[in-house]
Design a protein around this ligand. Structure first.
Ligand code: NDP
Length: 249
């Protein structure tokens, strides 16, 4: 089990799926966690109550902040609020993501813009607003959740694949710009993971799912363990770690 010192991790899209698994592992490792998501306050607080059972360090806490990460000013304000209300900021996981699938011939401008705004610009916003805190603390660990679709492309996902490929370029640039400040930035490229996002995709309508060498879809915990590893390492930066059951070999 990885142990974290005093500090707060921001996890975007942390109320369910992969994000929720990351929140649980970080809390179990002793970190405080600020969850940024879009859910209504009442519903979110129910989930946060369950997450609090995972906390292991006296004084650590989990709080929910409602914010759309694609909104530059709103994400700036929420990072300022978290910095004021919680322990010093040490980690950021850019996990919030959406899909609006369609073949290029039928994909609308709106579908393209929406996905780029949340998946790519949202990560830029969060990194930009957190980086001053990280620099002040001379410490920062960033993990961006990309996708195998961003590395190989995927028919019907021009918007999504472009956003996830963009995250790879963003990750490497952030890694280079901030390395001298003891701030690392890495990406994870999950394969086919069982969450709400993929609940309507079966092996029949996604031929990729039946080609996974390890013979099963991934779980949110599979991705959380990789995030935990990258967040706890101080000597890995700029990497893209595939966690895909061998799909991308
Ligand atoms: P889910 O759809 O289960 O969860 C996504 C979370 O992100 C939700 O809690 C959602 O909140 C939140 N969210 C969406 N838009 C915003 C926004 N604008 N601001 C803040 N929060 C937002 O997704 P997964 O857990 O499956 O995926 C997590 C990440 O992993 C995504 O980036 C996804 O692209 C990536 N990924 C997933 C794979 C998979 O197979 N599942 C494969 C490869 C990558 P709400 O519901 O309230 O809108």
């Amino acid at each position: 089990m990885i142990r974290y010192e005093e500090g707060t991790a921001i996890v975007t899209g942390g109320l369910r799926g992969i994000g929720a698994a990351i929140v649980r592992l970080l809390a179990a490792g002793g970190s405080s966690v600020a969850i940024i998501d879009m859910a209504e306050e009442d519903k979110a607080q129910e989930t946060v109550k369950q997450f609090r059972a995972e906390l292991t360090r006296p004084g650590s806490e989990i709080r929910y902040y409602r914010c759309d990460v694609s909104d530059f000013e709103a994400s700036k304000a929420v990072v300022a609020q978290i910095s004021k209300e919680m322990e010093k900021l040490t980690m950021l996981v850019n996990n919030a993501g959406i899909t609006r699938d369609g073949l290029i011939l039928t994909m609308s401008e709106q579908q393209f813009d929406d996905v780029i705004s949340v998946n790519l610009k949202g990560a830029f916003n969060m990194i930009k607003h957190c980086s001053r805190q990280f620099m002040k603390n001379k410490f920062g660990r960033i993990v961006n959740i990309s996708s195998v679709s961003g590395l190989s492309g995927n028919a019907g996902q021009a918007n999504y694949s472009a956003s996830k490929a963009g995250l790879v370029g963003l990750t490497k640039t952030v890694a280079r710009e901030f390395a001298s400040k003891n701030i690392t930035c890495n990406a994870i490229a999950p394969g086919f993971i069982q969450t709400d996002m993929t609940k309507d995709i079966s092996a029949e309508n996604n031929p990729l799912a039946s080609q996974i060498p390890l013979g099963r879809p991934g779980t949110p915990d599979d991705i959380a363990k990789a995030a935990d590893f990258l967040l706890s390492s101080g000597y890995i930066t700029g990497v893209v770690l595939r966690v895909d059951g061998g799909l991308g070999m």
